[in-house]
Design a protein around this ligand. Structure first.
Ligand code: HPA
Length: 268
């Protein structure tokens, strides 16, 4: 057990969540729906990031969502903050340390596909690590050679598809391409991303997926599309647009997530 998982387990009381959620930019609203919430600021959890990105609150909330025990991480560290791809490692180790075996990652992303407009939700089928950084660089054990052929868990993906159908929520699927940020992409980069097989582009999630697979967790991830990517519409992209638009797709994502949980689709 890490120092953070000891603090966490002492605060969980009788709760033993096996599912955790990481909420991306503008998607933090879901923490307010957690019942019997235990709220722990990241500052009280050794190794957790001190995130400075607006729209990222920086607290762990444990409790019940849609009746099921969960841990919600509201706020994440991004590679672009300090150039550390492993910044989320202590947080994910703490989750693994208290028995979390399934991780659901969410993010805000730009769409490379005009048929997937802002407000859409995209379930990740795979990713492209275009930033080229890796959170396992420096890891000394052979466990660093993590296979990523099935990074996004097939059963968890099926659960999201089923939940989307059950709730009548449109759910796209596609490949997420990780750019380091914090600048947005150029139109030429977006044309490249499309040729390379990306459907959405963003600045997060991929390092966490790699870390979670390293830690033996099963992973699902969803993007909320906040904008068409660079060059696909008039005007400049902005973080304000990301924050303003995220709640629209975020409401759809919340509907699907709550159905996944309430129907017990992740319990096996
Ligand atoms: N690019 C990268 N990250 C993003 C975008 C984008 O267009 N929109 C929201 N996050």
């Amino acid at each position: 057990m890490t120092a953070a998982s000891e603090v966490l387990s002492s605060r969980l009381g009788g709760l033993s969540p096996t599912v955790a959620l990481v909420l991306g930019s503008g998607l933090g609203g879901l923490v307010d729906e957690v019942e019997d919430a235990v709220r722990i600021p990241y500052g009280e959890l050794p190794g957790f990031p001190h995130s400075g990105v607006s729209g990222h609150a920086g607290q762990l909330v444990a409790g019940r969502l849609a009746g099921k025990p969960v841990i919600v991480l509201a706020g994440r560290a991004h590679y672009y903050e300090h150039g550390d791809a492993a910044a989320m490692r202590p947080a994910l180790e703490a989750l693994a340390g208290v028995g979390v075996g399934k991780l659901i990652l969410t993010n805000a992303a730009g769409s490379v596909d005009a048929q997937m407009p802002p407000g859409s939700v995209m379930l990740l089928t795979d990713h492209i690590n275009f930033a080229g950084a890796n959170p396992l660089i420096g890891e000394q054990t052979d466990r660093r050679f993590v296979g990523l052929s099935e990074a996004y868990d097939a059963d968890m993906r099926a659960a999201f598809e089923r939940a989307a159908q059950d709730t009548g929520t449109p759910l796209h699927q596609g490949v997420y391409m990780w750019f380091s940020g914090p600048s947005f992409e150029t139109p030429a980069e977006i044309r490249m991303a499309r040729v390379m097989g990306a459907n959405a582009v963003g600045m997060s999630t991929v390092p966490e997926v790699i870390l979670a697979r390293f830690l033996g967790m099963r992973v699902a991830a969803c993007s909320v599309i906040t904008n068409l990517a660079a060059g696909m519409s008039a005007g400049e992209l902005s973080h304000q647009e990301t924050k303003d638009m995220a709640p629209i797709g975020g409401a759809r994502l919340a509907t699907v997530l709550k159905r996944v949980l309430s129907a017990g689709m992740l319990e096996d």
